[in-house]
Design a protein around this ligand. Structure first.
Ligand SMILES: [Zn+2]
Length: 293
């Protein structure tokens, strides 16, 4: 699935295979370790090469965004510890969206840390069914399915998650999944307040039906909503559910004392959203034309 890029996505500037986040088969990059690193202020990268998890530290314990795969939980734990934090201090677990590459490890992390699992309303049935209720992958089995876990708090669009002075806002950016969530928060860096975004996913995966989708009739309108939301957000620091969204691998080595923080990239964010919107519109037009034949 990861290699079967849609023609709409193929060849585009940001169309690295991982960007599609296609959860049919785990790419080797999902399992490949990547150095845990400081991003900005109280935000740290604790994901793998291909799959992004973030630790947001506070004096009252930590928030983990994305649990990754079941098999990478040990790597996430090791990354947290390498940075000098305690895995057991994980108080809240959030996700970008209910696909296995972001949520399959949730049951294990909740069990091991006692973190409260907080998920966007329409993604709740998917995580609580271990992926079976996903509109596109629920009947495909394999890695798309994972241990089910009970959600502790159901989030709605615009809800906030607060811990130890950090406030994160959940923006529903649906289409990729029904409850796909883009997280924003404000951080202080060098005396300035900066707006941080963790993009949920604006991508149309290979095989997604945008026209006449019986299990998700409003999918195209939902993507439209997503692009409206993404274009409206104030963004200084650009992060996402996969490092490929924001060029993590290229930016990471530029993180040096005295140098500008490479993750502050408002222009990169705008270009990314514009590129993904163009890809969506191209695919939608193609599918609409196909239905008229
Ligand atoms: Zn996904």
């Amino acid at each position: 699935m990861l290699r079967k890029l849609t023609s709409a996505a193929a060849g585009l500037l940001f169309a690295a295979p991982l960007l599609l986040c296609a959860p049919a088969k785990a790419a080797s990059e999902y399992l490949e370790p990547f150095p845990a690193h400081h991003v900005i202020s109280n935000i740290y990268y604790v994901g793998t090469k291909g799959q992004a998890n973030y630790l947001i530290t506070t004096p009252a314990g930590n928030i983990l965004v994305n649990s990754g795969l079941e098999t990478t939980v040990a790597m996430t734990k090791a990354s947290i510890e390498k940075l000098g934090f305690k895995y057991s201090d994980t108080k809240i677990l959030l996700i970008s969206h209910a696909h296995f590459d972001h949520d399959a490890g949730s049951a294990k992390i909740v069990k091991e840390t006692g973190a409260k699992y907080e998920v966007m309303d329409v993604d709740v049935p998917v995580v609580e069914s271990g992926g079976k209720k996903d509109f596109n992958y629920g009947d495909k089995g394999g890695e798309n399915l994972y241990p089910a876990v009970k959600v502790d708090r159901v989030l709605h669009d615009g809800d906030t998650v607060s811990l130890g002075g950090t406030v994160m806002t959940a923006h529903k950016t649906p289409g990729h999944t029904k409850g796909c969530t883009t997280w924003t928060l404000k951080v202080k860096d060098g005396g300035k307040m900066l707006d941080v975004v963790i993009v949920g996913s604006p991508n149309v995966n290979a095989g997604y039906v945008l026209v006449g989708n019986k299990l998700y009739p409003q999918i195209a309108q939902d993507y439209e909503q997503t692009f409206r939301v993404l274009k409206s957000l104030p963004v200084d620091v650009f992060l996402g559910a996969h490092g490929a969204y924001y060029g993590m691998e290229a930016k990471y080595p530029k993180m040096k004392a005295g140098a500008a923080n490479p993750f502050i990239d408002p222009a990169g964010y705008k270009a990314y959203v514009a590129d993904r919107e163009a890809a969506f519109r191209k695919e939608l037009a193609k599918q609409k034309a196909g239905t008229k034949l």
